[in-house]
Design a protein around this ligand. Structure first.
Ligand code: ATP
Ligand code: MG
Length: 560
């Protein structure tokens, strides 16, 4: 089923979705002359793959219709925000391949937002309320019961103007007063029950410093910021659907010149993947992972460090589409797109991740010959390279069994296999240490069987990979499993108890000597192991560190 869907998706060209249809209609009717979108992250963490969906949607929609997209930081909560996050978000959007028209900050509009709030007060549409957060919660009502009006709701315009100015001047403590919209405490839509527009927070802001001690709430700052920038289509996720009447109220009552419209789409959720900055931050702060860009993290920086490409992420986002219904996307879908992207681009070489030394006893001592190896068997244009072969090589521990089960075609005493790009070798002797562990194999090779020589004398069933030992480059391989185990048995457990203790496996092995000069970000396919990326942080002159991006084949079973 997944495979069928993938094929169907790949055949689809321009992806059509309901938001795109709205844009087309607006342009045809002349409701808007140009489409202007924005991507509005709060700089309180690093972006994740869910944000990538929103980024692709906003930028690609505007690009398609020759419109514009702003990157706007929704920096209205100084306690959680930081310039580190601002910088990482800019880097991630650019890395994904998008260029914003203008870089904006909601904090650029603090003065205008304040002035518009004063306008609301003058119109009798907002009031200063002295109820505590808890009292407000208690009087908000429920889905079935209306809320109660605040005793401060009937304050005069003069008193409200005075109190709001004094809130700004810093006369009150955090939480002592708020500015609320005066809408309808009996509205069936709870978001319209006199929502808070401004709160007091004596906190240092990463851009405005100590200039402000009152900060606008998202539901107020967002629509007004959109209107200031002339955004035409303000795209957000479904949980804001109920907030849309408040969005429209704010734009209308603040008498904004331009009228942006809000449209909601379903959040991206992926199996076994945590998609919330709050939880991701707790993994970073708790030391569960090695930073926001840990290759196990579903952050854009983590995916980049792991080896995902912008092309693969964009293709994934395009193909999962934009829907109005929440759904869960199989993580293997993302893996499919990175395999597709790397398949024909990457060098296919050999790496041994759990080395076992093999001595080829009849190979001349001191001799090293160079063998020709194709760089990508599915893409001839990538050419060939020369790899060394000698008396000592490493093979994979898994490719040898002293007592093989039936149908085992790899090495075992007396059996012959083909070494990829080289010769047939036959296992003659097993060397063990005092503990009885196999530490070396002694084999013979047949010079007649050289790869490419056209030898047809006999056949062997197994082909294994190897690396010449004297020139091999030491390498560390990092294999990953999901950070979170989300099965039914632990669904009720607290977040940190659902963490997979086996999410990282580190192996010490070797790669071909020709890869010694690889740099961070270089990608390879290692024969039989998968696609790997050179870790830009951990690799050094002595040792290359490879992150496994994805294994070669999907474990997907269409019968399931
Ligand atoms: P988080 O819960 O991860 O903090 P958020 O929605 O609070 O997410 P913001 O920085 O406020 O994060 O979001 C910026 C934009 O990205 C918003 O328009 C938001 O709707 C969108 N977005 C966030 N998560 C997802 C997701 N999983 N799928 C699609 N869009 C998302
Ligand atoms: Mg948020």
């Amino acid at each position: 089923m997944l495979q069928e869907r993938l094929v169907a998706m790949e055949n689809k060209t321009a992806s059509s979705n309901f938001i795109r249809n709205i844009v087309v209609e607006d342009l045809n009717k002349g409701t808007v002359s140009e489409i202007v979108t924005r991507f509005p992250p709060e700089p309180n963490g690093y972006l994740h793959i869910g944000h990538a969906k929103s980024i692709c949607l906003n930028f690609e929609l505007a690009d398609e219709f020759k419109g514009r997209t702003n990157l706007r930081f929704d920096d209205t909560n100084p306690l959680k925000e930081d310039t580190e996050y601002v910088e990482s978000i800019k880097e991630d959007v650019q890395w994904l391949g998008f260029e914003w028209d203008e870089l904006r900050f909601a904090s650029d509009y603090f003065e205008e937002l304040y002035n518009r709030a004063v306008l609301l007060i003058k119109k009798g549409k907002a009031y200063v309320c002295d109820l505590s957060a808890e009292q407000m919660r208690e009087t908000r009502g429920t889905l079935t019961e209306p809320g109660q009006e605040s005793p401060y709701r009937s304050r005069s315009v003069e008193e409200n103007l005075d109190l709001f100015a004094r809130m700004r001047a810093g006369e009150f403590k955090d939480g002592e007063r708020v500015l609320r919209a005066k809408i309808d405490m009996a509205s069936p839509n709870i978001t319209l029950r006199d929502p808070v527009l401004y709160r007091i927070a004596h906190a240092h802001h990463h851009r405005t410093g100590d200039a402000w001690c009152i900060y606008p709430m998202y539901d107020y700052a967002h629509p007004i910021s959109d209107a200031i920038e002339g955004i035409t289509h303000s795209i957000c996720t479904l949980e804001f659907e109920d907030h849309r009447p408040l969005y429209d109220w704010a734009v209308a009552e603040c008498e904004m010149e331009s009228t942006p419209r809000q449209y909601e789409f379903a959040r991206l959720n992926i199996t076994n993947t945590i998609m919330s900055k709050r939880y991701l931050k707790s993994l970073v702060d708790g030391g569960v992972v090695d930073g926001w860009d840990d290759p196990r993290m579903p952050t854009i920086s983590g995916l980049r460090r792991r080896g995902f490409t912008p092309e693969a992420l964009r293709a994934f986002c395009r193909e999962i589409g934009v829907a109005r219904a929440n759904s869960l996307v199989d993580e293997r879908m993302l893996e499919h797109f990175i395999r597709e992207d790397l398949k024909l681009k990457t060098l296919r070489s050999m790496a041994v991740v759990r080395p076992l030394k093999v001595v080829i006893t009849n190979y001349p001592e001191g001799q090293v010959e160079m063998l020709e190896a194709e760089n990508n068997s599915e893409n001839e244009e990538m050419g060939t390279r020369m790899i060394p072969f000698s008396r000592e090589i490493y093979i994979e521990q898994d490719d040898f069994m002293e007592v093989p089960p039936p149908k085992y075609h790899r090495l075992f005493p007396g059996n012959e296999v083909r070494l990829k790009h080289a010769y047939f070798i036959k296992c003659e002797e097993v060397v063990k240490n005092d503990a009885g562990e196999v530490i070396e194999l002694r084999c013979t090779y047949d010079v007649e069987t050289k790869s490419g020589s056209g030898f047809t004398g006999r056949k062997v069933k197994g082909t294994i990979h190897w690396v010449e030992a004297t020139q091999a480059k030491a390498a560390e391989f990092r294999h990953f499993e999901p950070l979170l185990i989300d099965d039914e048995s632990n669904a009720d457990k607290p977040f940190l108890e659902r963490i997979n203790p086996g999410s990282l496996e580190t192996l010490q092995g070797f790669v071909e000597q020709g890869m010694a000069d690889s740099a961070g970000g270089d990608k390879f396919q290692f024969f039989r192991h998968g696609y790997y990326n050179v870790d830009p942080k951990l690799s050094n002159a002595d040792k290359l560190v490879f992150n496994r991006i994805v294994s070669l084949k999907s474990s997907f079973d269409p019968g399931k």
